[in-house]
Design a protein around this ligand. Sequence first.
Ligand code: DOR
Ligand code: ZN
Length: 345
Amino acid sequence: MKTLSIRRPDDWHLHLRDGAMLEGVVGDTSRHFGRAIIMPNLVPPVVTTADAASYRDRIRAAMSPGDAFKPLMTLYLTEHTDPADVEAGQRSGLITAVKLYPAGATTNSHGGVRDMEKAMPVLERMADIGLPLCVHGEVTTPEVDIFDREAVFIETVLDPLRRRLPELKVTMEHVTTKEGIDYILSSKKNLAGSITTHHLIINRNAILVGGIRPHYYCLPVAKREHHRLALRAAATSGDARFFLGTDSAPHVDPLKECGCGCAGIYTSINTMSCLAHVFEEENALEKLEAFTSLNGPAWYGLPANEDRITLVRREEPASYPAKIETGAGPVTVFDPMFPLHWAVE
Ligand code: DOR
Ligand code: ZN
């Protein structure tokens, strides 16, 4: 038996949803994680500070009494977002970041930004006040192949934006390509990237070989193997610009297993076990804490969590459910396709 003690991790990109789904999933995150950046793509989205305050209250109400988990709230950027409201949200301590979804890029993103020019007043204010922009880095242009959308976004949207507003802090969320990793590595400041658990484990074959497997479908979609290897190298390097954002995104099974299935993979419950496996495979267990517990808080200007968790590796594989039951319906849990020997004690 091996053990590993690390500072309590945080999740810098999480979908908790609302209502019965929220109640069904929040405990899977709060069991292991101290904080999480909560995505605002509800229906309707979280667009104002008042929306974020009421969503935070619903999250707290869904948590068990005494649970110390802290949701870090974000605003969904629209072409009508009010810079003064964003600044007030940051000053009050409620708002940790603003999220850019290019319109149509993913689940509930139709209200996102079509014309970046219209968002410039808010982005300029954010650069002034040091509030980070979290980006879903994919173009939505129909002509661009889905496997190229991240690379084209960097070239046509992200890089021009960063040249125009070099003081804006940008988190490139769920990086899935070598181009994304190289872009982050090439930048000297104000750019960092989150990486999901599942993109360290699957490539696009998982979705398409031997039958179509909807539970491995997410956005940005998993890419070729050499991209996965670039993500692994970045995550396990210890480089402070890379940290965990699980993008755990629950959908009930009927909405995944159908003619037009939703994008999203549910990993909250087994993320730490999967990550310990990946870091051990890469001979980098000593870098796990930087990725899950140190680099993220440093980037967001927060202290690392004071308390610790212990991961234990046993000979017999750890057991976790294939599905969780929520009040909204069953949600399939990410299957890494290898036995998980590590578990959080
Ligand atoms: O796979 C995804 N699911 N990617 C996203 O960007 C959104 C998320 C969701 O909300 O379901
Ligand atoms: Zn997401």
